[in-house]
Write a protein that binds this ligand. Structure first.
Ligand code: FES
Length: 135
């Protein structure tokens, strides 16, 4: 093919990589930073739209109890939302009832299975100690 032989491959590769990097960085991403009450180092993970905080935790090997399987039927996936909570779906009466049964509920308490993320959100959450079994 005429013209392809004019530029060595090693000159073409950085140009392609540079364009590709720009496209990847310009897509809005949701991230969730998990902090831990037990002193583990914080972890930040990317979340897809429609995933819950519980999904992202479990997909990344973070221990978070979920006795009802994520259907707002217990309080074991209780977390604290430290930042980004205003972008989450509004808390339901049912979720509020279960949070009242959690250990040490606070004003920023949520159930991780009910915190479904959308695009371009930055959440910071704290995972309470996982040594107890909740309701
Ligand atoms: S896993 Fe039971 S309420 Fe979230």
């Amino acid at each position: 093919m005429p013209g392809l032989g004019r530029v060595p491959l090693r000159r073409q590769t950085p140009r392609y990589f540079s364009t590709y990097s720009f496209l990847v960085l310009s897509v809005p991403a949701t991230t969730i930073t998990f902090q831990f009450s037990d002193g583990q180092p914080a972890q930040t993970h990317v979340a897809a739209s429609g995933e819950s905080v519980l999904d992202v935790a479990l997909n990344n090997g973070i221990q978070l109890q979920h006795n009802c399987g994520g259907v707002c039927g217990c309080s074991t996936c209780h977390i604290y939302v430290n930042a980004g909570g205003d972008d989450l779906p509004e808390i339901s009466d049912k979720e509020e009832d279960f949070i009242d049964r959690a250990e040490n509920p606070r004003i920023n308490s949520r159930l991780a299975c009910q915190c479904v993320v959308e695009r371009d959100m930055q959440l910071v959450v704290t995972i309470p100690p996982q040594h107890f079994l909740g309701h």
